[in-house]
Write a protein that binds this ligand. Structure first.
Ligand code: ADP
Ligand code: ZN
Length: 527
């Protein structure tokens, strides 16, 4: 430690207590603050709720001049400024939501150096006039919040962020701190290149949420499985259930209510009034389950959400992490519970096949979805995989996920997999999994007779394998990319190039044996 660091950190801790009312720094807040106060640039990667704001708010108070905070989200800006003012900090924001009087007042305070922090929208900061006036002001630091918005390949791209390199050019002596909760290596590289190209210290916090228990299982009867899970582990607790469609949130909420669980739907199609009421009841009452589309959750800070359940697959690993991360903010035990089935895998594959994004973006999208499917089907520690996705090592198995607690069996599915693939081929690569399974099991339906599929050499060769197991095989073949969806979107499956070695007998296939659900084990699946 340098000789100067003692007094700075003593002052930082005094501010932490007197202004923010906290006893000690969390994680790497302390060293980040020390480094920024000393004038270093910094890249801060910290999960949502980790405490990023203090990393620039305290340096803002310790360094002379006004700190300029760039943030794209007006609502969050306002909340932060209110909280700071409440603590006696001279903070304000400039964005399109101010009326002319308010704006004049804020600007007067800013240009007469009476603010500790000014929050601005990027387009405001980048206006030539504003930058010119800033040049005449003493600036403590620039903080760039939600820095991943600079990434063209991410889902939050904002073109103005690309232009923020003007800060480096015009204010080379002012430290910059870029902050984000998105930490995959590619985004990180882009932030470094675009915003911090003259060097920065990088601070990566752990994304681990050790109190969250991850469970992923096959979808059988999703509602009953959900109810069983709630009864078994979370009677009368607050929870969030995510569904893909608005209609489904309503029907699931209604059904849960009929089974004695207080549940409310939440989606963008409800009136503003209904949304506000449902959100308020969820926040204030005990034991309310909110059944929502992904529209719900942004900016919701409820610490005692005991579970997050997914009845449909999230759209990526990032979404899964973010959505499940709303459970257990209080640090007490919480569950992330998900069921998914053949249909879900099909939908995901279909989305990929039909995507008309640019090639590079399509590849990024594919990587994201493949990771998610791989995560679902895996028999390894879920936490290790989730963290590995964000570039983080978890030492050993976690002991708090389904695969650690209840190690799944795998079985040699080479033979049934080959039967399935050759049956897909012989029936013309046009039919859905259900039909292929009927052929394999030797069912004599009208559809099969009409198509002449009872005369195929694969007809009935799989009669000894039960239907549930066939669905499990089909789902895993699709998830692992041995099968593709048909491009016309009629629900058919066809062979993917990757299946050749398996079909030719050069490769074997071991797959996980499906349990009856995330919380129960089934009997042996093959008869
Ligand atoms: P992020 O921006 O990373 O999502 P915030 O800065 O909003 O996180 O902080 C999340 C919560 O943690 C806030 O309620 C904040 O007051 C609290 N917090 C941050 N740092 C500390 C600390 N050192 N001690 C206690 N609480 C903290
Ligand atoms: Zn584990």
């Amino acid at each position: 430690e340098s000789r100067d660091s003692q007094p700075v950190m003593t002052r930082a801790r005094a501010l932490l207590r007197s202004v923010f009312g906290y006893e000690s720094f969390r994680g790497s807040q302390g060293p980040i603050i020390e480094s920024v106060v000393a004038g270093q640039n910094a890249l801060v990667l910290m999960p949502t709720g980790g405490g990023k704001s203090l990393c620039y708010q305290i340096p803002a108070l310790l360094r002379p001049g006004t700190a300029v905070v760039v943030s794209p989200l007006i609502a969050l800006m306002r909340d932060q400024v209110e909280a700071l003012k409440h603590n006696g900090v001279r903070a304000a924001c400039l964005n399109s939501s101010l009326d002319p009087d308010e704006r004049r007042e804020v600007e007067a305070a800013l240009w007469s150096s009476q603010l500790d922090l000014i929050y601005v929208a990027p387009e405001k900061l980048l206006s030539g006039f504003f930058l010119d006036r800033l040049a005449g002001l003493e600036i403590a630091l620039f903080a760039i919040d939600e820095a991943h918005c600079v990434s063209q390949w991410g889902h939050d791209f904002r073109p103005e962020y690309m232009r923020l390199d003007v800060l480096r050019q015009r204010f080379p002596q002012v430290p910059r701190i870029a902050l984000t909760a998105t930490a995959d290596t590619r985004t990180r590289r882009e932030i470094e290149q675009q915003l911090l190209s003259d060097g920065a210290e990088t601070w990566v916090s752990s994304f681990d949420r050790p109190n969250i228990r991850y469970q992923v299982g096959p979808k059988l009867n999703a509602r009953d499985q959900l109810l069983g899970f709630i009864h078994q582990r979370h009677r009368d607790a607050s929870g969030i259930v995510y569904c893909l469609s608005r209609k489904k949130t309503e029907s699931v909420a209604e059904w849960l209510n009929s089974r004695g669980v207080t549940a409310l739907p939440y989606h963008a199609g409800l009136s503003a009034n209904e949304r506000a009421t449902h959100q308020r009841r969820f926040l204030q009452e005990d034991g309310v389950v909110i059944v929502a589309t992904v529209a719900f959750g942004m900016g919701i800070d409820k610490p005692d959400v005991r579970f997050v359940a997914h009845l449909d697959l999230p759209k990526s690993m990032e979404s899964y992490y973010q959505e499940t991360g709303r459970a257990g903010r209080d640090g007490l035990a919480a569950d992330a519970w998900m069921v998914y089935g053949l249909q879900d895998v099909y939908q995901v594959r279909q989305l990929l096949a039909q995507s008309n994004a640019g090639l590079e973006q399509q590849q990024a999208e594919r990587r994201r979805l493949e990771s998610l499917l791989g995560f679902c089907e895996s028999t390894d520690c879920r936490r290790q995989q989730l963290l590995a996705y964000f570039g983080e090592d978890h030492p050993g198995e976690c002991g708090n996920c389904d695969n650690c607690l209840n190690p799944p069996e795998t079985w040699d599915a080479t033979e049934p997999a080959r039967m399935f693939l050759s049956c897909v081929y012989r029936s013309g690569q046009r039919y859905g999994a259900a039909h292929v399974i009927d052929i394999l099991r030797g069912s004599v339906s009208e559809k099969i007779r009409r198509a002449g599929h009872d005369r195929l050499s694969t007809f009935g060769i799989g009669h000894h394998v039960d239907k549930k197991t066939w669905y499990s095989v089909a789902r895993q073949l699709l998830a692992r990319g041995y099968l593709e969806t048909d491009p016309e979107g009629h629900g058919g499956v066809r062979l993917a190039p990757d299946c050749r070695p398996l079909l030719r007998g050069e490769q074997t296939l071991a797959i996980r044996r499906d349990a009856a659900g995330p919380t129960r084990r089934s009997r042996s699946a093959t008869r």
